[in-house]
Design a protein around this ligand. Structure first.
Ligand code: GDP
Length: 308
């Protein structure tokens, strides 16, 4: 990418889009185009087309999505399917119509089957049934991957799909009803410490295993892949290491300095038992994550919860 190329980041106010924006600015890109959701609602096809007609971006990072943790995915099932299908379809189709040089679509590790072999290779997509709690979101993301793959096959568009593992970092969602586990636990342990509560409730059994990537590492991977990767098959981005929710809870408890005990609420769903990505493809291209989990969580905790 030329430093003056026009780059559109769809979803720049979200955790992923804002990290990509910071990375591109740090790398000296001068011609970045953004719109917030009030200025441009990506669910509306005509609005998206009008925007592309006016701006004609050269590169597109498609980081806009309706996202949430296990409970949000399971509750707002229609919205997760409809909104994400519409956003992906509208932006990918407009990118084709307006001759975008390259587009990067962000998927998710939940596109893989619930009982995929671990670590999960990219080729396992569509080889088995999905995890029911996030099936609508996963179906929309699979459709996005397939749009990229097939616009490439039929029209020769250079559209790629990137599958990040579970993410955390600045601008995460800390709302306990809709957040993912890592920000939820930071908030729960912090508030319990402040209130001198004896216990913190953590959902599920604690046995599921998850892999966590700092969003700044994902942003660096996206910029790297925009330059280095050109293929219809998706590519995973992760650390290659996972841990149980129980281990994660212990780490966060320690970082926050909460002295009470953890109460497990097994009435809440566990979700998929394990979700560790095979990252050999991106490692072979020469990219690796930089931010280790404990220091990543410490920095998020300090920035979000400790007043300066
Ligand atoms: P998932 O990776 O799509 O399942 O999304 P989450 O990050 O929401 O959940 C991951 C795991 O953490 C699941 O097994 C949850 O039951 C568990 N978990 C434990 N406590 C919490 C919590 O307070 N919030 C959320 N979202 N998940 C929790």
């Amino acid at each position: 990418m030329n430093k003056t190329a026009k780059i559109y980041i769809a979803g720049h106010t979200g955790m992923v889009g804002s990290a990509i924006l910071r990375q591109l600015q740090a790398d000296g890109f001068k011609n970045i185009v953004v719109r917030n959701s009030k200025e441009l609602n990506l669910i509306h096809q005509e609005a998206v087309r009008d925007f592309f007609e006016v701006e004609k971006p050269d590169y597109v990072f498609l980081a806009a999505a309706k996202v949430g943790g296990i409970q949000a995915n399971n509750t707002f099932r229609a919205e997760f399917l409809y909104d994400n299908l519409m956003m992906a379809s509208n932006v990918i189709h407009a990118s084709y119509e307006y001759n975008v040089t390259k587009l990067l679509f962000l998927g998710s590790s939940c596109i893989y089957p619930k009982f995929a072999n671990q670590p999960i290779e990219e080729s396992s997509m569509l080889t088995g049934a999905l995890e029911p709690t996030n099936e609508p979101y996963a179906i929309a993301k699979i459709a996005g991957v397939k749009l990229c793959e097939n616009y490439r096959r039929q029209y020769g568009c250079d559209f790629i799909s990137v599958m990040p593992t579970n993410l955390y970092g600045p601008n995460d969602n800390f709302d306990l009803k809709t957040s993912h586990v890592l920000p939820a636990l930071l908030r729960k342990f912090h508030e319990a410490k402040e209130a001198d509560s004896p216990t913190v409730e953590v959902w599920g059994t604690g046995t599921p295993k998850r892999e966590f990537l700092h969003v700044d590492d994902l942003a660096s991977a996206c910029c790297f892949l925009m330059e280095q990767y050109s293929d219809g098959a998706p590519i995973n981005v992760g650390t290659g290491t996972d841990l149980s929710i129980k281990e994660l809870a212990e780490i966060i408890k320690e970082i926050v300095g909460f002295k009470g005990s953890i109460v497990w609420n097994s009435n809440k769903p566990d979700g998929t038992p394990r979700k560790l990505l095979d990252v050999s493809k991106i490692h072979d291209l020469g990219w690796r994550h930089q931010i280790e989990l404990v220091s990543g969580i410490e920095s998020v905790y300090k920035t979000r919860f400790i007043p300066t």
